[in-house]
Design a protein around this ligand. Structure first.
Ligand SMILES: [Zn+2]
Ligand SMILES: [Zn+2]
Length: 136
């Protein structure tokens, strides 16, 4: 499953207000957020993690927005949501990977979602083959 490609401008005032209500450090949010869900139909809210709680067991702060209406005026909602309880268990090395989405998220779990842009960037950074690159 590919990652949803929705992007939104973060409502900075609302985001900063929500962030200062949480204990701990307050990193400056980026001006844009990418939906972290897998591809989903339009009526489903997009979702981006704003900040995990200091305690990993506590609900994290998420930005939800609708894709309906004009692109410049999406409806944003900032809310805390508990983590998805699902975990992926690797039998070969006995490691567990918790789902990095919120509870009752509408699409597949985070390990089923691939980000083609992230893979593309990582592929560019990890290639050691200078063939095909222009030389200065
Ligand atoms: Zn989305
Ligand atoms: Zn999940």
């Amino acid at each position: 499953m590919l990652q949803c490609t929705a992007v939104t401008r973060i409502p900075l005032d609302d985001t900063l207000t929500a962030l200062i209500t949480l204990p701990g450090e307050h990193p400056t949010p980026t001006p844009y957020a990418l939906c972290e869900l897998g591809e989903h139909p339009t009526p489903t809210d997009h979702a981006a993690l704003l900040r995990p709680a200091d305690n990993p067991d506590r609900p994290a702060l998420w930005l939800f927005w609708t894709g309906t209406g004009t692109p410049d005026t999406p409806t944003h909602r900032i809310d805390t949501a508990p983590w998805c309880p699902a975990t992926l268990h690797h039998l070969t090395n006995n490691a567990t990977l918790p789902c990095s989405l919120f509870n009752r998220h509408p699409t597949g779990h985070s390990w089923d979602i691939t980000d083609p842009l992230g893979d593309l960037i990582a592929g560019t950074l990890t290639t050691d083959d200078p063939q095909g690159r222009p030389h200065p």
